[in-house]
Design a protein around this ligand. Structure first.
Ligand code: ZN
Ligand code: FE
Length: 262
């Protein structure tokens, strides 16, 4: 299995993981060359503003992967503070707080000299998107794919999640780093081991994640990079993620149903 890429500055895109709420990840990403920056999935104002000040970058864009409050509640306050635009899928215009700019599949969005492609991946919600930075090998996929898991099907079907995981995210390279919306890895791996008790990659990942999560801060807001299991890589997910390992939509639906009641 490929080792986790722990470097968070690849090809000139700097990525900072800001722990928010109980287990959410907010990301601040910045172009090394221009210092232009974007905030991804922000439910809280304070921790983001502090981190951005520490980085000394200029935030011009607030990006949401989907409308859920734990990924978007701070958009209006942050947009006002930074004088930034707020982006999301066109069909979420009336649900994403502070929404100003519509995105669709195939659109590109720049952060300084860095370019991302928009993937439309509805399933967790009907308007969920991902931001793929091909050069920097980073995808921000919200609550669609988690390390060793996937989001609940609130507004979509197993078929839609299968398409999102296998046809949209699946073709990305093994080295693509998966920046997901929550630190759920440890409990996801318990379920993955239940689904595939004989999968050595899952057992190995469980051991690695247990070590990483052994010394947790009492409050997630105080979490240091040492206790963060995100990002994983797509190679890791191919080896351990029961939803990416499902070979058809029916199987994915069955495994999702098991997880819902696990
Ligand atoms: Zn969500
Ligand atoms: Fe969420």
């Amino acid at each position: 299995m490929a080792a986790w890429t722990r470097s968070l500055d690849v090809m000139g895109l700097r990525i900072e993981r800001v722990p928010t709420l109980q287990d959410n990840y907010t990301y601040v990403i910045a172009c090394d060359e221009t210092n232009d920056a974007a905030v991804i999935d922000a439910p809280e104002f304070e921790p983001v503003v502090k981190r951005v000040a520490g980085m000394g970058v200029n935030v011009s864009k607030i990006l949401s992967t989907h409308h859920h409050w734990d990924h978007s509640a701070a958009n209006p306050e942050l947009a006002a503070h930074f004088g930034a635009r707020v982006y999301g899928h066109v069909s979420d215009a009336d649900r994403i707080p502070g929404f100003t700019d519509a995105l669709e599949e195939g659109d590109t969005l720049t952060v300084g000299k860095q370019t991302s492609r928009i993937l439309f991946i509805p399933a967790h919600t009907r308007a969920h998107i991902a931001y793929v930075f091909d050069d920097a090998q980073a995808v921000f996929c919200g609550d669609t794919m988690f390390a060793a898991g996937c989001g609940r099907l609130f507004e979509g079907t197993p078929e839609m999640m299968f398409t999102a995981l296998h046809e949209k995210l699946g073709p990305l390279p093994d080295t693509m780093r998966i920046f997901c919306g929550h630190e759920y890895t440890e409990s996801n791996l318990v379920f993955a081991a239940h689904v595939e008790p004989d999968n050595a990659a899952i057992a190995e990942m469980q051991a690695r994640v247990a070590t990483i999560r052994a010394n947790k801060a009492a409050d997630w807001h105080d979490a240091t990079p040492e206790e963060m299991t995100v990002p994983s890589t797509l190679a890791d997910e191919r080896a351990t993620n029961p939803f990416l390992r499902a070979t058809n939509a029916e199987e994915l639906g069955r495994v999702r149903g098991m997880k819902d009641n696990f």
